[in-house]
Ligand binder design. Sequence first.
Ligand code: APR
Ligand code: PHB
Length: 390
Amino acid sequence: MRTQVAIIGAGPAGLMLGRLLQQAGIDNVILERKSADYVLSRIRAGVLEQGTADLLHKVGVGERVQAEGLPHDGIEMCFDGDLQRIDFTARVGRHVTVYGQTEVTRDLMDARQASGVETVYEADDVALHDIDSDHPHVTWRKDGVTQTLDCDFIAGCDGFHGVSRASVPERALALFDRHYPFGWLGILVEKPPVSEELIYAHHERGFALCSMRSLTRSRYYVQVPEGEKVENWSDDRFWDELRARINPEAAERLQTGPSIEKSIAPLRSFVAEPLRFGSLFLAGDAAHIVPPTGAKGLNLAISDVAMLGAALAEFYGERSKAGLDTYSKRALARIWKAERFSWWMTSLLHTFPETGAFGRRIQRADFDYLCGSVAAQTSLAENYTGLSLD
Ligand code: APR
Ligand code: PHB
């Protein structure tokens, strides 16, 4: 088998890249380790930057996000019960859209299936070969039979635990990592959200987030210590803890109910540099992880592949390597800004075992500065709604 670009992974990064390439007339095949149903069963974050929503429209899969996505003009920041709204529209003239990552994946998958472009699901033992040459190939096993795909380029869109980054020789990559000594316990519930906008809350008991998937389905999180077990958290314990951490008016309004999903996600910051090794390009979670506090994970994956897709279109359309040669540098510049923002939101809003009284006063000062400074609110709004691609 032969194609122009082999894409490893059918998450949002791989699927969006596939769509961009298809629209530019570039052949591509996606190889995904799991089944389509499994990919769609993963519950992930749900805030789209304006640029992400715009790109979904541009590639012709914007119908559902238009109909079902919830435009949000701001967020609430809460510190020990005190509230400050950050007005995105007033500060930067942009908004975000609340729409689940799972739905983005479904829209891209459906469009790909309808257009008949090949995706191999349940591809076992995907392996990358000759990535330091101009003639790489990929092998995998499907139903016990080994298959080979020759290609010009490989796009590693296979997430943090994928095979792509692991195929680059260790000496060719620099890894930057920050570990946070806590996780987020998340709950999904069939109840209307407590507030029209998201509430990000700092409290001495820990961080809390009130989010939503629709006007009838809510997503809530509380910070829990590293190593915490989900079995230790009955729904009642979760609701009590959430109420204790958010502002009293919201706590009073909160509509609780039985959880339909409950899980704990660890937090980390991670970047691998560079994003290119020979004919392999890394994008999305394969190259970087952000803690979820700034809602940047999905958006970064999409902005990476927007750049990579344009660079590949330039290569095939104009025979220019310029975009491919600068992809890593350009994407990393944007990635590090999102890493900084996510780290800052995480640092402001969580309690850290080592923070102490001095650290808490600094966090409070950071919050007070945000409340009193239009410049600080503009900075938050600019980053949250998404920096430009350049
Ligand atoms: N071979 C083939 N596919 C693989 C392999 C492998 N060895 N390893 C992983 N995959 C697949 C996974 O099953 C998954 O479907 O790659 C896909 C990667 O998708 P995501 O993890 O969703 O990563 P990405 O597309 O970069 O999207 C990033 O996902 O984790 C969230 O917060 C993150 O929102 C961000 C988004
Ligand atoms: C979510 O709705 O799951 C969500 C929203 C905002 C975040 C993280 C997660 O910052």
